[in-house]
Design a protein around this ligand. Structure first.
Ligand SMILES: [Zn+2]
Length: 408
């Protein structure tokens, strides 16, 4: 630097003659900066979805600005440039859904990730998610959608190299330890729920919830929290808050139906409807403190909140539906099912955006046979057994799919 200063003040040297040297210095500084940061930046690329829509999640240890490097003449790839990022994790990987495979190219102070696609795609949206909701990293998310009828030719096989690139990436990391199930006994206290000829809904739901808790705990695989274990009144939002605060893996709300027709009978399962999801979104957006579960959603930019909510809700709704299907399957034969037994609803108790949730109507308390089933401990046990084995199946299949996804 001293030499440079002397040179600059030298009598015969004009500053611009030094321009190439200055440029070289600048580049060297940039390069140095980049090498120093070489152990951080891009950490992991995860993919999920199908051949219609695919979500790409790039995990980063810092905030970054993303840009699409579009090349209309080459529809076989989507190239995402992330500035201020260096590649430190995987350099390439296999695809999922619309993405065949991906590859990282380093640039100066930026990386380019090339996602080779199997069909022509549109980048529907992309955004950066800051750490939150139990995730410690930044996530750059990109949603790809297939364009109509635009299949691309298969690339040539690359044998061993291609096999080497096959490292399936699971979207949800496999959890270890006991799963946490929150069981919500509907109604209670001053709210009796529906009335049968001889018994109240709040009594039936509590009995079923307690026996389900005992069954699940006996397996040693679950921790179980009841939203109420006695005949007390608990407001609906508080029931949701219990699930969120505790970080539940599954929320089951137990109820008994009532109908004006005494002939109506059978169990049914509800999951959150689209409308219910919108309602949850609005509640969160308007800053209602009803989700007082220590939510990560509060105090953030509203747009980020909306995206976060959307992201968690999609996965949650899928999981809720998956559990609802297993549950109906397991109840079938153990208890009569209502004709359209999987229904959508906007029940408040199903509104936790990040906990898979179902509401089980165990039968019609207004139907004599159903009431007898719900009242008789032996028959009720059979129904509860069905719920318990559905819980087992659900977590087992979740575990299996994440194990499969992690295999080379
Ligand atoms: Zn009810």
């Amino acid at each position: 630097m001293v030499a440079l200063a002397r040179a600059l003040s030298g009598p015969r040297l004009r500053w611009w003659t030094l321009a190439p040297a200055l440029l070289a210095l600048l580049l060297a500084a940039l390069w140095f900066g980049q090498t120093r940061a070489a152990n951080s930046g891009l950490m992991r690329v995860r993919l999920g979805g199908d051949r219609q829509s695919t979500r790409v999640v790039v995990e980063l240890d810092r905030s970054a600005r993303g840009e699409l490097v579009s090349d209309d003449k080459d529809p076989s790839a989507v190239v995402l440039a992330l500035s201020g990022v260096n590649a430190s994790g995987e350099r390439r990987g296999s695809g999922a859904g619309l993405v065949r495979d991906w590859r990282v190219d380093d640039g100066l102070g930026a990386v380019r990730i090339r996602f080779n696609v199997s069909r022509q795609v549109t980048v529907k949206r992309r955004f950066l998610l800051p750490p939150g909701d139990g995730v410690k990293v930044y996530r750059y998310v990109m949603d790809l959608e297939a364009r109509e009828g635009a299949a691309l030719p298969e690339p040539p096989q690359r044998g061993a190299a291609a096999r080497q690139m096959v490292q399936a990436l699971s979207v949800a990391p496999a959890k270890t330890g006991k799963r946490l199930v929150v069981i919500d006994a509907g109604h209670g206290g001053k709210d009796p729920g529906a009335s049968g000829a001889a018994i109240l809904e709040k009594t039936v739901t509590l009995a079923a919830a307690r026996s389900l808790k005992a069954k699940l705990e006996k397996t040693g695989r679950y921790r179980v929290i009841l939203t109420r274990s006695t005949d007390v009144f608990i407001p609906l939002p508080e029931r949701v808050a219990v699930a969120r605060r505790s970080g539940a893996d599954l929320f089951i709300s137990m109820h008994a139906d009532s109908g004006t027709e005494r002939s109506l009978h059978g169990a049914s399962v509800y999951t959150l409807s689209e409308r219910g999801a919108d309602r949850a979104a609005r509640k969160v957006m308007t800053g209602g403190d009803w989700l007082a579960g220590g939510s990560q959603l509060s105090g953030r930019d509203p747009q980020v909140n909306r995206i976060l909510l959307d992201l968690t809700q999609r996965a949650t709704q899928n999981r809720s539906s998956a559990f609802a299907r297993v549950l109906l399957d397991r109840l079938d034969g153990r208890a009569p099912l209502l004709q359209k037994s999987h229904r959508d609803a906007g029940f408040v108790v199903l509104l936790a955006p990040d906990v898979p949730a179902v509401l089980l109507e165990m039968g019609f308390i207004t139907n004599p046979q159903d009431e007898a089933t719900l009242t008789d401990p032996v028959r009720r046990e059979r129904l509860v057994d069905g719920v318990a084995s559905a819980v087992d199946d659900y977590f087992e299949s979740e575990r299996r799919s994440s194990t499969l996804a992690a295999l080379p």
